[in-house]
Design a protein around this ligand. Structure first.
Ligand code: ZN
Length: 132
């Protein structure tokens, strides 16, 4: 089963917990044991899996990316002025794969699936693909 979930982001840089929406798709798929791929159809957004309870951690991820990748010094900025957003998305990657067991996501206690907006606000399409 494949489903596209849309999210409207509200900030330029933002982390959005999408675990609940992905889990709903897994439940609807009726797949008991298999794999769930979560894929962002964008060049300036990413999907990560990590701590999802502490808002401070979300800020830490954005702070780390800002420290690693400064704004306004990239060749791509000459094209559309968002080189840093593309490079941050490249580092994090557009997708994650989560095992499905007994009809649910086999995430650890402190793991959540997060959409990372790097050049918002925008409408983002996330593909959730669940297979036995
Ligand atoms: Zn661009």
């Amino acid at each position: 089963m494949q489903q596209i979930i849309t999210f409207t982001t509200s900030k330029r840089l933002e982390l959005i917990d999408i675990t609940r929406q992905v889990a709903s798709t897994v439940a609807a798929s009726k797949v008991k044991d298999g794999l769930c791929t979560v894929f962002a159809r964008h060049a300036t957004a990413a999907i990560i899996i990590n701590e999802n309870a502490d808002p401070g951690f979300r800020q830490d991820v954005l702070s780390l990316l800002d420290k690693l990748i400064p704004e306004g010094v990239w060749e791509h900025d000459k094209v559309d002025d968002n080189g840093a957003a593309h490079l941050k998305a490249t580092l994090l990657g557009p997708s994650q794969v989560i095992p499905v067991k007994d009809g649910g996501l086999l995430l650890g206690t402190w793991q959540g699936i997060t959409l990372v907006e790097l050049d918002g606000p925008r409408m983002r399409e996330i593909v959730v693909d669940v297979r036995p």
